[in-house]
Design a protein around this ligand. Sequence first.
Ligand SMILES: C[S@@+](CC[C@H](N)C(=O)[O-])C[C@H]1O[C@@H](n2cnc3c(N)ncnc32)[C@H](O)[C@@H]1O
Length: 380
Amino acid sequence: MAGGKAKKEKGKPHQQQKHMPYQGGISFHKSKGQHILKNPLLVDSIVEKAGVKSTDVILEIGPGTGNLTKKLLEAGKKVIAVEIDPRMVLELQRRFQGTPHSNRLTVIQGDVLKTELPYFDICVANIPYQISSPLTFKLLKHEPAFRAAIIMFQREFAMRLVAQPGDKLYCRLTVNTQLHARVFHLLKVGRNNFRPPPKVDSSVVRIEPRKPRIEVKQKEWDGFLRICFNRKNKTLGSIFRQKSVISLLEKNYRTVRALELGQEDSLKEVDAKMDFSSFGDDRGMEMDDDGADDDEMEVEDGEADEVQSEFKDKVLGVLKEGDFEEKSSSVSNRTLFFIFLLCIITQLVSLYLCTKYPFRNNVQKFPFKLSCSVTSVYYR
Ligand SMILES: C[S@@+](CC[C@H](N)C(=O)[O-])C[C@H]1O[C@@H](n2cnc3c(N)ncnc32)[C@H](O)[C@@H]1O
């Protein structure tokens, strides 16, 4: 249980002071990620940045005591709110009962991950962080596609969503999300904007589903990404030379060929029959999705039998053709660590030189400044 009990305000809830966050008289459950937004200026800013139109049907996930809901009701045509906690549902009903908004608010009580979502134009939500990954993918699968989802996430999760190739946080979650949507970072939010404050900082992100939708065999695609991101320290060339990878790809390739030739199964069924189990399970991509330990699987070049070698040539041919062989899925921690070490050494040498020969010109200052900025990026 997090946060203390808040005193119940006297009078009707909607008559509360204009800028006071409403929290009813209920205690907050940490297990349900109940950190309500207490800063009304921040709530205004989220709604403004969301670009809600007066004709919009808005989906809100986890309305809690309704601080965001109130602003959404003022901005849009209708709000559909999905809330797991019956106490919060009751608070919401009490808060909006008898107000001009009440007939434009629908509250669905239940777990959003298990709820069939209705049509909506835009989703605006301050969600419990533990459902970030499955919720993102549920929204991306939703049909018909909505205009945008403006969601508060834990900062690191948000930075993973918006990461670019070469970034330290670029991972399977990034690729899978950006395949289906364009993602923008909107706002950094400090923990003190919540009651009770969470242990981490947050960020608001805008997710815009790509239209038309990009169709992939999701299991095959995700299995492929798992192979690519499994060994961040290795180049794609060395990953795809491993006997275990080649055998797995070949087994799946043969399955697909057999099924397609037989034309017995739909592509969905073909996808279901693929096996990537040796590269982790099929759960959503969580924050600690950094790939397994590098020593787990040995590179066994040259041990492949005749058929495997032929198949291996095919795979390596594709890598060479796309100029991917020497690339790795993301900047490895090891590479970053070496850059970091190099910068520390440069800084120490610069400092030593500075104390001996005080700065006289910019040329002398440059290595020091450069290494300082690179080390600060490493720490970020
Ligand atoms: C971070 S609080 C946000 C509260 C409110 N939107 C605000 O900003 O003040 C998250 C809310 O989501 C609810 N919640 C937690 N898990 C949920 C789930 N699986 N489905 C729907 N709501 C959930 C919690 O009960 C809580 O009210």
